[in-house]
Design a protein around this ligand. Structure first.
Ligand code: UDP
Length: 242
């Protein structure tokens, strides 16, 4: 039996709003938290990668089901997950909370022009955030950057480098952070900054955001096949065995 069930069981099972409350509390209480937004690709990595397994088990880690593939796979395995909670939605909520609570924030990842656009968004929409800085995700020494971020003791750190680089980088440096919510947010800065469009509401509502992303960027199809389709097939095969 694979570890899939273990990972699916570790997912946050409540509603998106419940999760927002949990995170809001952690932010208020300065509780160190590493949020992994897991889609099938993440779980497939976790299955073969020791480091990912350790980060799933870490005491500071909270895993959320970011993707309908995870919700469906869990159902097939008899695990009830209420709904998907996406990285981009959590990122927006964290910006709102940071603004309301006047907390500090550091952004790391995405292209320089996206970072510049993010700075503008923060200045205009979230001006009460104590903004500690932002660095693009194409610099060479990402470890040194994380060390420098840790020294600033931010309340929230968003890392947008894509899976699995963002999670691995956060986990490698997690010990250096005394507090703070750390999260890998994938392409969220591209969307929040307005550089890339998020799927229209209809796609989001019908859980077919993955389809929209493939239509816009056909090169994503291979990645989708290798993660989502293979993942669901594996879960289905495992279910048949028992
Ligand atoms: N990225 C980066 N440095 C890299 C590779 C990627 O900063 O070396 C950024 C990229 O610009 C994008 C994000 O990482 O903003 C990944 O986005 P993608 O949509 O692929 O992530 P997903 O949400 O699908 O994991």
């Amino acid at each position: 039996m694979s570890n899939y069930n273990k990972y699916l069981n570790k997912m946050y099972k409540g509603t998106q709003n419940d999760f927002y409350e949990v995170i809001g509390k952690k932010l208020k209480q300065n509780k160190k938290t590493f949020i992994i937004t897991a889609n099938p690709e993440t779980i497939m990595f976790a299955e073969k990668d020791d480091e990912f397994q350790k980060m799933f088990d870490n005491q500071f880690t909270v895993v959320v089901p970011d993707g309908i593939g995870v919700v469906k796979a869990a159902k097939l395995s008899g695990i009830d997950i209420t709904e998907r909670i996406t990285g981009v939605d959590i990122a927006v909520k964290l910006l709102e909370d940071c603004n309301e609570l006047k907390k500090s924030l550091y952004l790391f990842g995405a292209k320089q022009e996206v970072i510049d656009a993010m700075k503008k968004v923060i200045k205009t929409k979230y001006s009460d955030i104590e903004f500690l800085g932002a660095t693009n995700g194409y610099i060479k020494d990402k470890d040194k950057q994380m060390e420098q971020i840790a020294e600033k003791k931010p309340d929230v750190v968003m890392v947008a480098l894509g899976i699995p680089a963002q999670e691995k980088l956060i986990y490698k440096h997690l010990d250096k952070f005394e507090k703070g919510i750390l999260i890998g947010v994938g392409g969220s800065f591209d969307v929040i900054s307005g550089t890339k469009k998020r799927a229209p509401k209809l796609f989001i509502k019908t859980n077919t955001e993955w389809l929209y992303r493939i239509i816009c960027e056909p090169k994503r199809l291979k990645r989708f096949w290798n993660s989502n389709v293979k993942f669901i097939f594996k879960i289905w095969k495992e279910k048949k065995k028992f």
